[in-house]
Design a protein. Structure first.
Length: 112
């Protein structure tokens, strides 16, 4: 019990990043990004039954430099719209290499 109290007192003095590193965890922003990309993969590969045209403008073209599937952001006049999932994930998705995008299933996508 004494060790637990000492550890908790020490943890209060460490900054957020140091505590995450000591516990072997990632930051909230990084975890959110990973889960957003996994959800985007599921949407685009049909694992989630929905109409993708309502979310993104998608261009399937072999001429793109990166992954062959380019997503476009919708034009937004409201600042709140810029933080939506569909706008938040586009830049990162377009920068993924083709090896990651053309994974056969979600589990290989997560590992890459």
């Amino acid at each position: 019990m004494f060790l637990l109290e000492n550890y908790m007192a020490l943890a209060m003095f460490l900054i957020y990043i140091d505590r995450l590193h000591a516990l072997g965890l990632e930051t909230l922003e990084h975890r959110r990004l990973i889960h957003d990309l996994i959800l985007c993969y599921k949407y685009l590969h049909g694992s989630i039954d929905t109409d993708n045209r309502n979310f993104w403008c998608v261009q399937l073209s072999p001429r793109t430099r990166n992954n062959g599937l380019k997503l476009y952001k919708a034009h937004c006049n409201i600042n709140a719209r810029r933080t939506f999932f569909t706008n938040r994930v586009v830049d990162i998705w377009n920068s993924l290499p083709a090896v990651v995008f053309f994974s056969h299933n979600v589990y290989t996508f997560k590992r890459r």
